[in-house]
Design a protein around this ligand. Structure first.
Ligand SMILES: Nc1ncnc2c1ncn2[C@@H]1O[C@H](COP(=O)(O)OP(=O)(O)OP(=O)(O)O)[C@@H](O)[C@H]1O
Length: 594
């Protein structure tokens, strides 16, 4: 019931169209009830009594009625479709907007296939009910009751006897409704899983092929496909057991009507006209009953699909601007302060899981380049994600220009923190659009400036269509290093006061990396730059180094400080020297002892 009430809120704005559909529906039903009566009069008053005028009058009225009914049907069909399409348009828009607002924490757990299936199949199921099923159920119910009332008024005894199978039919329908509901719930869930399997396979097709695991993937998909098949067959079984039975009970009504009606005509208690009209009225009873099974199906699909859609809409937006909009981040300068920051990923059990970051404190100011080093999994990426509020701290504070990040307007805050992440994503668009992503009024010169700084301009000019070359899914492929440089150009174009390079040059060769860092020297001036890296060659320009290990900052200082103490940094330096990277590390200019 709550599902219907909630759906009603989406229908309410289209009350004008609902009224049009309802009025034309009532009009249509009125003519449906009147037509057999007119036929009865044509026979009893016109044909039986040889009254030509009555024959012409009632026949004309019948023809006119059918004409008006057709027009009413057109308006009803159009209006109800208009309501249905508008409702899914609004629902889809709201869902998409909500998905845009949900935080990383939600996407860490959500399955893309499930989201896609809710955005498409589930919403479509809701539309079928709102735009068609609901109105047909009401039409069927009014037609059914109205027909019985008119028939009772004409010949109540024949009507009551003919209706003998109605209780049996109601029982069959109740049983069908009880069984088909869970079946639809299962189908919607299986469809979501099937879409997830498909989406993961397509996204990960390179891994599948590299490991020659097509067979395993095929069998995984076949399993899901089979489960989906079984769920649908289960529903089909329920339908094929129930529909013929319901049809049979409906047919019996028709037969009883002819049989009992014939006897009553024979006894003179019913006219031929009345019996003929009853045959027509019988459809007003059988039609809704036959349709009911099908309509219950549509209704049950919507009842099971709508909560899956509402589940996403009800997911709270845990990271957002403060309710009053937050303070402006437009003039952010780039002072960063971490104060006793402890962080645990959302959803992780406080008592069971170790925090990813524990009691972290450090400061950075504009113009400074901070390197973040540490073994893999030590929390480097987690740390930088807290600045742009991709996640919020579990305790402690992240301050930007002396204000807690949670006080800022979120959208503005994010445009002031440029992150080049480890894994870059490029859209199916031209290189120009990828670099200018979302920024309005950007000139070609600005785009080329960013591309030059990211050391990708020369490569772009060698491409067949230069900056107009399509990349991503629909266009040409780029190497890992080229992708990273396009992503770097995209971030530089944002001109953020805080620039974060999270292993942003890990996929480029050391010569290109060195060229990028040289070019970035000028860009980094006046900005606060964080460089997360494993290669020491990436952090040669850092003024301050933070070393993370086991959730804590275990070392911090300048290159010189850290080379003098016997910690992680010095070990890493020696390892990379031994691995033959001495030429790349010469700017450290410190003799290694011991
Ligand atoms: N979305 C997530 N949900 C739960 N735990 C996560 C999530 N992302 C990372 N972790 C865990 O948090 C810890 C720190 O991960 P993080 O990515 O910050 O490390 P890192 O130092 O950047 O590692 P790397 O150098 O390998 O990139 C790891 O133990 C990781 O398993």
């Amino acid at each position: 019931m709550r599902v219907f009430l909630r759906l009603f809120k989406y229908i309410f704005p289209y009350k004008g169209w609902v009224t049009a559909a309802t009025l034309t529906m009532i009009f249509g039903i009125g003519f449906d009830l009147l037509s057999p009566w007119l036929l009865m009069k044509t026979i009893d008053v016109g044909i039986s009594e040889g009254n030509m005028q009555a024959i012409i009058l009632y026949s004309l009225l019948l023809a006119f009625g059918q004409l008006v009914k057709s027009a009413a049907m057109y308006v009803q069909g159009y209006s109800q479709e208009k309501v249905g399409q508008n409702v899914i348009f609004d629902l889809r828009k709201q869902l998409y907007h909500h998905l845009q607002r949900l935080s990383f924490g939600y996407y860490d757990k959500a399955q893309t296939g499930q989201i896609m299936s809710r955005m498409t199949g589930d919403i479509e199921a809701v539309k079928n009910f709102v735009g068609f099923g609901a109105m047909q159920i009401v039409t069927g119910a009014i037609t059914f009751v109205g027909t019985i009332v008119v028939m009772l008024l004409i010949q109540w005894k024949v009507t009551l006897i003919s209706m003998a199978t109605i209780p049996l039919l109601a029982l069959a329908l109740w049983q069908f409704n009880r069984k088909v509901g869970p079946a639809w719930s299962d189908i919607r869930e299986q469809m979501g899983r099937l879409t997830t399997t498909l989406q993961e396979n397509i996204s990960g097709i390179r891994v599948v092929k590299a490991f020659a695991q097509e067979k395993l993937e095929k069998s995984k998909f076949s399993d899901r496909n089979e489960t989906n098949f079984d769920s649908n067959m289960n529903r089909a079984k329920i339908e094929s057991r129930s529909f013929p039975l319901m049809n049979f009970y409906g047919g019996v009504i028709f037969l009883l009507m002819i049989w009992v009606g014939g006897i009553y005509v024979y006894k003179g208690e019913m006219t031929i006209g009345e019996l003929t009209a009853f045959q027509w009225y019988a459809w007003g009873i059988i039609w809704p009953l036959n349709m009911l099974g099908w309509l219950v199906n549509i209704m049950q699909q919507a009842i099971k699909a709508a909560p899956r859609v509402f589940e996403i809409l009800d997911t709270p937006v845990d990271i957002d601007s403060p309710s009053e909009g937050g303070i402006s981040a437009k003039a952010l300068q780039g002072y960063v302060d971490f104060r006793e920051v402890t962080f645990r990923f959302p959803g992780s059990d406080k008592d069971k899981t170790q925090p990813v970051l524990k009691q972290l404190s450090f400061s950075a100011r504009p113009g400074q380049a901070i390197a973040i080093l540490g073994p893999t999994g030590s929390g480097k990426s987690s740390l930088i994600q807290l600045m742009a509020r991709f996640y919020d701290t579990s305790s402690g504070q992240v301050l930007l220009d002396d204000r807690d990040v949670r006080e800022y307007n979120l959208q503005e805050l994010r445009t002031k923190i440029g992150i080049v992440p480890q894994e870059t994503f490029l859209f199916s668009a031209t290189i120009r659009d990828n670099i200018a992503f979302g920024q309005i009024g950007i000139s070609q010169e600005q785009i080329e400036w960013a591309a030059r700084k990211a050391q990708i301009h020369d490569f772009i000019t060698t491409m067949p269509n230069g900056y107009d070359t399509l990349i991503g899914e629909r266009g040409v492929g780029l190497s890992g290093g080229q992708r990273q440089r396009v992503a770097l150009a995209r971030t530089l174009l944002m001109d953020p006061p805080i620039l974060i390079l999270d292993e942003a040059t890990a996929s480029v060769d050391t010569a290109t990396e060195s060229a990028i860092h040289e070019a970035l020297d000028e860009v980094m001036e006046g900005r606060t730059t964080f460089i997360v890296a494993q290669r020491l060659s990436s952090i040669q320009r850092a003024d301050w180094i933070l070393v993370l290990d086991e959730c804590r900052i275990v070392e911090q200082g300048t290159h010189k400080d850290l080379l003098e103490s016997d910690g992680f940094f010095r070990k890493l330096f020696r390892l990379q020297m031994e691995a033959g990277h001495s030429s790349e590390l010469q700017s450290f200019k410190l003799p290694v002892s011991g």
